[in-house]
Ligand binder design. Structure first.
Ligand code: ZN
Length: 173
């Protein structure tokens, strides 16, 4: 449990346990209630992380420069944008992020975590496509996944593989 300047409670499953972030004033019963309410989901997430942790010891990391990563991201974002949007309005930003692979803004800037330089190329191409789909639909809903599915039918597997690298690179510590 951690007290923080947040408006609403947040629940984060880590490799080492569960973090419940609560707005102050802080009450233990609230944390317990949240835990109970989401217990099933927490256990499911925890199991996914446990499996990812097992695999993370076997996978090898790629070693690219930041420049090489940028070139790959530019190439795959362009391909995805032309396919999905018919044009490429995207700007690319590479920087270190602590908890996620990528994000995109309404200004069509796609920010990719520098740690993605350690991913195999097909996962970088998946990340690029995933983010460009977010320009069509922001949330991870049905419409979003059907955009992803047009290019990556196996996106569920790829998401699991990304999780393995997240654990390996410490994004869940
Ligand atoms: Zn997403």
């Amino acid at each position: 449990m951690r007290r923080a300047r947040v408006k609403r409670p947040r629940l984060i499953v880590k490799t080492w346990g569960v973090l419940i972030v609560l707005p102050a004033p802080f009450r233990e019963e609230v944390a317990y209630k949240i835990f109970k309410k989401h217990e099933k989901w927490i256990l499911k997430k925890h199991e996914e992380l446990r499996i990812a942790y097992e695999y993370s010891r076997k996978v090898k990391l790629m070693h690219r420069s930041r420049k090489e990563l940028r070139e790959l991201v530019e190439k795959y974002v362009e391909e995805a944008a032309l396919k999905i949007l018919g044009e490429n309005p995207c700007k690319i930003n590479i920087r270190k992020m602590r908890t996620r692979w990528a994000s995109c803004s309404i200004r069509k800037t796609i920010t990719v975590n520098e740690l993605a330089k350690h991913l195999p190329e097909y996962l970088i191409s998946y990340l690029a496509y995933h983010e460009v789909c977010h320009l069509v639909e922001l949330r991870h809903n049905q419409e979003f996944w059907s955009c992803v599915e047009k290019q990556f039918k196996n996106y569920r597997e790829l998401e699991k593989e990304l999780l393995v690298y997240e654990v390996k690179l410490g994004l869940h510590d």
